[in-house]
Design a protein around this ligand. Structure first.
Ligand SMILES: Cc1cc2nc3c(=O)[nH]c(=O)nc-3n(C[C@H](O)[C@H](O)[C@H](O)COP(=O)(O)OP(=O)(O)OC[C@H]3O[C@@H](n4cnc5c(N)ncnc54)[C@H](O)[C@@H]3O)c2cc1C
Length: 351
């Protein structure tokens, strides 16, 4: 187990932001992870779990406690069953399943970070979410001090949410098991309209796995959603805000605001989101509130490739980023009466 003191956390995040941790431990086996967590808990030391740091906004003051980097390795593929150690790089694991001819996570290619973090916010993109393929999450339960196997039905998965996200101090994900599909080299049915259009198929059709993965990677790269150290548009946490889910009443009030502000006949994006609920697009709201691509003059700006990504142009602090985020939240609220919620996890700071 590697241990450092007063160690900077910024290099461990895709934003390249955040002050130092009192203690930084890197664990490469499940036993080391458990040992580090037990030690922190036994001494009442605050604990911050870090995978790939691609969904973290850490305050400029850093973290007083133990930051634990989960760097465990292990990929077991047995028929259509895949088990990944928490520290495995997610996008590499996706590439392996595509190579092995298995469908189910190919449209989640290019998402940065670790396999162990995918259940936390039920990672999703381009019509797929991990909640559709995860069978079990193996986790260390800090409440009981035991390793537990949590079946999918008990993970409380929903849009960018899970029981792990609502109870962040309880579980440390050690391994994640998936059930994939052998569809003779074909992908799962393509659900996302943009992907289907680019692939030249109808939504619901299957395509060769490699075509699905490569198309998603191309679309993502065009939006600055594939990490590239040379490209400041990717010094982000991907989407900074979740898409708002509105009740029928809230959606009616929102439509009225849209008409008032943008004129008769302008319809906001609307997608079914379960009984009596409608999901609208955070990117659309931000853009229509006047925060267009590239917005900002300071060291933190909206990505030039995607309205939903807030980015560090190289010299930003976390406070710069938060000031921009607050400006966007206030602007969208003033324009449309909707309060955007941040998707990345904040550490020592809040919006
Ligand atoms: C360019 C870019 C594009 C992105 N695109 C998408 C996208 O399309 N869809 C999407 O859903 N997300 C996307 N994201 C967000 C991010 O990549 C995912 O949320 C990813 O799963 C985070 O993984 P991580 O290992 O980097 O987690 P971290 O940022 O290290 O941690 C995130 C949270 O999970 C916790 N955590 C990490 N590991 C564990 C563990 N083993 N056990 C318990 N808790 C843990 C952390 O404490 C923290 O609360 C994007 C980010 C970037 C930078």
């Amino acid at each position: 187990m590697q241990e450092l003191h007063d160690a900077p956390l910024a290099p461990l995040t895709t934003f390249r932001l955040g002050g130092p941790a009192t203690r930084l431990v890197t664990a490469t086996t499940d036993a080391e992870v458990i040992e580090a967590v037990r030690e922190a808990d036994a001494t009442d030391t605050p604990l911050l779990l870090i995978g790939g740091g691609s969904n973290l906004v850490i305050g400029d003051k850093g973290f007083e406690g133990t930051a634990l980097v989960i760097a465990t390795k292990g990929v077991e593929l047995d028929g259509t069953t895949l088990e990944l150690a928490a520290g495995e790089v997610w996008t590499d694991a996706v590439a392996r399943t595509v190579e092995a001819g298995l469908a189910g996570i190919e449209c989640l290619a290019g998402i940065p970070g670790s396999a162990g973090a995918t259940p936390i916010q039920n990672v999703g993109a381009y019509g797929q979410e991990v909640s559709s393929t995860i069978t079990e999450v193996i986790a260390y339960d800090r409440g009981s001090g035991e390793t537990v196997v949590i079946p999918n039905a008990d993970c409380a998965f929903s849009y960018r949410h899970s029981r792990f996200k609502s109870d962040p101090d309880r579980y440390v994900v050690l391994r994640v098991r998936f059930r994939l599909e052998d569809a003779d080299g074909l992908s799962a049915p393509i659900r996302y309209a943009e992907t289907a259009r680019v692939l030249g198929v109808e939504a619901g059709e299957r395509v060769p796995l490699t075509a699905a993965r490569e198309t998603v990677l191309r679309l993502r790269a065009g939006k600055g959603m594939v990490l590239d150290p040379e490209d400041h548009d990717t010094w982000s946490a991907g989407s900074f805000f979740t898409n708002p889910i509105l009740t029928a009443e809230q959606f009616a009030a929102f439509r009225a605001r849209v008409e008032e502000r943008l004129g008769k006949g302008v319809e906001p994006p609307a997608y079914p989101a379960g009984e009596g609920h409608t999901k609208t697009s955070a990117a659309w709201l931000i853009d229509k509130a006047g925060f267009t691509k590239g917005y900002g003059t300071g060291p933190a700006r909206i990505s030039t490739k995607h309205t939903l990504a807030l980015t560090n142009r190289g010299a930003a602090t976390t406070e710069d980023l938060l000031a921009l985020a607050r400006e966007v939240v206030e602007g969208v609220h003033a324009a449309f009466g909707i309060t955007l919620v941040n998707e990345p996890v904040t550490v020592g700071v809040s919006l």
